[in-house]
Design a protein around this ligand. Structure first.
Ligand SMILES: [Zn+2]
Length: 217
């Protein structure tokens, strides 16, 4: 899952308004932000395979350190500890950031083919396989993201024109990007390209979300 993960970021803002939306945008993609560098280092593995599913051009082979259920929970626990005792030092912020990190696995479960291990690579692997239906994946991610937006807009107030329309416009852009992501052809068959595009998107989207969030109170 790609843009649908941000539904969790937007919704969690309602539960702790002092949490940075930029941090929450990074937190929901945290395991992917670790995954792609590990792929480039050869620690975790994916293969670029054109039309591997209806919605993707890659096969996820080996990712126990980022995308197993146990690893996800461990990363969430680490995020909790970091925000509880090192930065920000708020219990409520630590809780929402940890939930954001853990939400990645839960939402990935809906769309991935069975490639998400429970603990190690030898453990059972789960995935409900919605990626086999690109249109259904699109509708699910769009519905999640719009629900998150609605939740966020109800929880915060604009402080000007950018605050009033900015986040809605950003969500529309994300929904357009996801058309290319889910229905577009394979763009260059290298892992480096895939990793670079993903990581650049994650940090760019987090920066935009952070900035737009400063326009609402
Ligand atoms: Zn992922």
């Amino acid at each position: 899952m790609f843009v649908g993960h941000y539904a969790a970021s937007l919704a969690l803002k309602k539960y702790e308004k002092t949490a940075s939306l930029g941090i929450l945008f990074l937190a929901v993609q945290f395991v992917d932000i670790v995954f792609f560098p590990l792929v480039l280092l050869g620690v975790e593995r994916l293969n670029v395979v054109e039309n591997f599913t209806d919605a993707t051009h890659f096969e996820l082979i080996y990712m126990p350190y980022t995308h197993s259920l146990v690893a996800s929970l461990a990363w969430a626990a680490l995020a909790y500890a970091l925000f509880r005792w090192v930065v920000v030092k708020s219990r409520r912020v630590a809780i929402v950031v940890a939930i954001a990190v853990a939400s990645h696995w839960v939402l990935d479960l809906l769309v991935h083919t069975p490639d998400l291990p429970l603990w190690s690579d030898a453990s059972p692997k789960l995935g409900l396989g919605l990626w086999n239906y690109a249109a259904a994946t699109y509708v699910l991610e769009a519905a999640l993201l719009l629900a998150g937006l609605w939740w966020y807009l109800r929880a915060t107030r604009p402080t000007g024109a950018i605050g009033k329309w900015g986040m809605t416009a950003f969500v529309v852009v994300l929904l357009m990007i996801n058309v290319v992501n889910l229905f577009g052809p394979l763009q260059g068959d290298s892992k480096v390209m895939l990793a670079a595009t993903a990581l650049l998107s994650y940090f760019l989207f987090a920066a935009v979300a952070f900035w737009l969030d400063t326009k609402r109170s």
